[in-house]
Ligand binder design. Structure first.
Ligand code: NAD
Length: 256
């Protein structure tokens, strides 16, 4: 389905981004991955799909490194046709206790990086008259939770940025949309499960159950594979008139 296309997925060494990169590779796309931690494992795994995969280590807090990442994707892989802005971090604290440095990092990684990648990638997409941008927002792009002020602000901002970019691209063959997952059991959420287990004095399974019970009516985690399938749909011809949407995959969280 994606033969001849090139995808850049930020924050794809782990979790949701790795799931999306895996699925793009399996569909025949060339893929540039990005992120921290173990790089060789994901690279080897993705190359087993037969896809051409390269890595760029840009730090999403650094605009110049982000510009270099997009440029390298275009020069080494020939284009950047699909851009998934997925890199993200979380910090949980009351607003008055929120470290300023964590606020700045969350706004930079979860919001501003998408501005910098789109700024660099949209001209090429528009010139080729085909492109797909998928911004990984969150249910927290639509509703709030306490103690997540920076994350909620960034993810709401990302939904707004998505709408604005979509309007600018509306006649160009390029679509820009956001996806808004509820709980997905990745390292980012495991930290919150661990915190719940410690606070409530319960085991991991019970902490997972309590986390879901509080917000996600399906009582099931969304999986990276389900999100990857949604991304594939957004890349398809069937989705070419879907623009500026924020698509929840949240087990009913925001229906309440
Ligand atoms: P994760 O921690 O498994 O993955 C995050 C990725 O971002 C990793 O590859 C990490 O190396 C990368 N990253 C972090 N800081 C970076 C930086 N400065 N520069 C470059 N890369 C950086 O988390 P995840 O749960 O897979 O989250 C992926 C995205 O999905 C995030 O934007 C997150 O907010 C969003 N999201 C997650 C959930 C969930 O329940 N897990 C729900 C809604 C939205």
């Amino acid at each position: 389905m994606l033969k001849g296309k090139t995808a850049l997925v930020t924050g794809s060494t782990s979790g949701i981004g790795l799931g999306i990169a895996r699925s793009f590779g399996a569909q025949g796309a060339q893929v540039m991955i990005n992120g921290f931690g173990d790089v060789e494992g994901p690279l080897a795994e993705l190359r087993r799909t037969g896809a051409r995969v390269i890595y760029h280590g840009a730090d999403m807090t650094q605009p110049q490194q982000i510009a270099d990442m997009v440029r390298t994707c275009e020069t080494e892989l020939g284009s950047c046709d699909i851009l998934v802005n997925n890199a993200g971090i979380q910090h949980v604290a009351l607003l008055e206790d929120f470290p300023v440095e964590r606020w700045d990092a969350i706004i930079a990684i979860n919001l501003s990086s998408a501005f910098h990648t789109m700024r660099a990638a949209l001209p090429g997409m528009k010139a080729r008259r085909w492109g797909r941008v998928i911004n990984v927002s969150s249910v927290h792009g639509q509703v709030a939770s306490a103690q997540k002020s920076a994350y909620v602000a960034a993810k709401h901002g990302l939904v707004g940025l998505t709408k604005s970019a979509a309007l600018e691209c509306a006649t160009s063959g390029v679509t820009v949309n956001a996806i808004c997952p509820g709980w997905v059991l990745t390292p980012l959420v495991q930290k919150q499960v661990d915190a719940r287990a410690a606070a409530d004095g319960v085991d991991n399974a019970e902490a997972e159950r309590r986390l879901l019970l509080e917000k996600q009516p399906s009582l099931q985690f969304t999986t990276p594979e389900q999100l990857a399938d949604l991304c594939l749909f957004l890349c398809s011809d069937a989705a070419k008139n879907i623009m500026g949407q924020a698509w929840a995959v949240d087990g009913g969280w925001t229906a309440q």
